[in-house]
Design a protein around this ligand. Structure first.
Ligand SMILES: Cc1ncc(COP(=O)(O)O)c(C=O)c1O
Length: 385
């Protein structure tokens, strides 16, 4: 097969996520960071992890950070440390990555799925309040796509009903609401450092942040086999192994130094999308009280199949987050039956995630928006014939 010569007039492919490019920018710092870990010789926990935990807690603006194995474990450990009992109910937005609901199941509790707001697809506080019953123990606020949920309303509701408020901040490193960062807004928060996240490791990683030092100590104990911090051979309760590696912590320290600048670059990418996308393909709304970090650039478009096909044909990556809401997932079908959640169900057929990274260039944005505009315009002309 002969490979066609590149056409200098045709824009190149746009990957949905270009992790190699992201890492190229910090390669010398990464090389120095893991050389330091190799020299230190501590690979699970140790000074590198402790330094990252301090720096991340400071960035979030809270007292404590505990590094753990991944974001799903972070959620589960928070729920366990809060004492969420088997049989309790935890209110969860249906529009989230399935891990949020899995963590609830993992502690033996029941996820109660609720609908989201049509303008930003974040959890609807009115739906949360309507779902609270005698067995409700906690609410999980998912800061999806890089935008903080309406934490002011959720805090009022959880206080009124005496419930714990847990943040799932896996997609919201650095995002703010009324000036305060995700991770410092609930009783405790869970972060994921999966490689594609705004703050990503080179493998799995996660963290719990909280202002409650007792809760942080309990999470650390549970994540380290229930070990007594003063006597490593004494196990106070049956915990598990979910700890952050020193190599991942070293990578995260490098990337944390650039997180604010990277998030600002993401905001500029999304602002440009907003200028150039056609009216028929609109970005999700931004809450004026917040400062999002655009983990994903999500649009809603009626002709999603045609738009996605056009993007693929133009060499542009795309995603759908998420095509099946949690309450429709077979894994959760045997929890208590959930009625229709119409906003999330309708959105699942329209949402499309466009390429959005700190390194996404103006040319790439134009390539994407031109491909979208062409197909939307073509279909408008066909429909009006
Ligand atoms: C909203 C949300 N919650 C939880 C998780 C789970 O994180 P991890 O993959 O690190 O377990 C993710 C990861 O994709 C996520 O996006």
């Amino acid at each position: 097969m002969t490979v066609p010569a590149p056409d200098p007039g045709r824009p190149g492919p746009v990957p949905f996520l270009d992790l190699r490019g992201e890492h190229r920018r910090v390669r010398p710092e990464l090389d120095a960071a893991w050389a330091a870990v190799l020299d230190e010789g501590r690979f699970v926990g140790g000074p590198e992890v402790a330094a990252f935990e301090r720096e991340f807690a400071d960035h979030v603006g809270t007292a404590r950070c505990v590094g753990v194995g991944n974001g799903t474990d972070a959620l589960e450990l928070v729920l366990r440390a809060l004492g969420i009992d088997p049989g309790a109910e935890v209110v969860v937005p249906t529009n989230t990555f399935v891990a949020t609901a899995e963590a609830v199941r993992a502690v033996g509790a029941v996820p109660v799925f609720v609908d989201v707001r049509p303008e930003d697809l974040l959890v609807d506080p009115a739906a949360v309040e309507a779902a609270i019953g005698p067995r409700t123990a906690a609410v999980v606020a998912v800061h999806l796509f890089g935008q903080v949920a309406d934490i002011a309303a959720l805090r009022r509701i959880t206080r009124r009903h005496g419930l714990a408020l847990v943040e799932d901040a896996a997609q919201a490193h650095g995002a703010r609401f009324a000036g305060r960062r995700a991770g410092a807004l609930g009783d405790a928060a869970a972060f994921s450092f999966y490689p594609g996240k705004n703050l990503g490791a080179l493998g799995d990683g996660g963290a719990v942040t909280t202002a409650d030092t007792g809760l942080a100590d309990r999470v650390r104990r549970l994540a380290d086999h229930g070990r007594d911090p003063r006597d490593r051979h004494l196990h106070r309760e049956a915990g598990r192994n979910s700890r952050l590696d020193a190599l991942q912590a070293a990578v995260l320290r490098v990337r944390l130094r650039r997180l604010d600048a990277d998030n600002e670059a993401r905001r500029q990418v999304v602002a440009r999308y907003g200028d150039l996308l056609p009216d028929a393909c609109r970005l999700l709304a931004v809450d004026p009280r917040g400062e999002p970090v655009h983990h994903l650039a999500v649009v809603q478009v009626e002709q999603r199949g045609a738009v996605a096909d056009a993007l693929s044909a133009a060499g542009i990556g795309w995603g759908i987050h998420y095509p099946v809401p949690c309450h429709r997932q077979p894994a959760f079908a045997d929890d208590r039956p959930t009625p229709s959640l119409p906003v999330a169900e309708a959105a699942a057929a329209r949402i499309l995630s466009l390429p959005c990274s700190p390194g996404t260039t103006a040319e790439q944005i134009e390539h994407v928006t031109t491909a979208v505009s062409d197909v939307v315009e073509r279909r408008r002309r066909v429909a009006s014939r």
